[in-house]
Unconditional design. Sequence first.
Length: 149
Amino acid sequence: MTILETLKSDMATSMKAGDAPRTGVIRLLRASMQNEKIKQNRELSDDEALKVLQREAKQRRDSIEQYGVAGRQDLIDIEAAELEIIQAYLPQALSQGELETIVDGVIARLGATDMKQMGAVIGMAMKEVGARAEGGAVSAVVKAKLGNS
């Protein structure tokens, strides 16, 4: 079952159960995917749908951070609940150790030795990790590895 099909099925289930918050988040996700479909002018692949989910999750994390600075716990709670629902549709995230192992492998394959090659390392690592890690996390590991070289 594709991500889009799963969202459609889960939306029907949450509507029948009367779970308004979950239904609202799923509606928002489906709308974001529809917008991306219109932008791409074709049906979305599962990888593209995962990127939409990642973008929505990142927006929630950024909002949580901003609301924390503003001291708005009520809004943090709402965003955190939405993030939890979105994360249920994302693949299991890589652990820090797994991410470091992948980055080490990419650095070895490319023969990267300094920060000048950071972009190439991040690009190849992102292709390998896909939706299982955020770009910021990959970037941080690459900086740490190449900065120590």
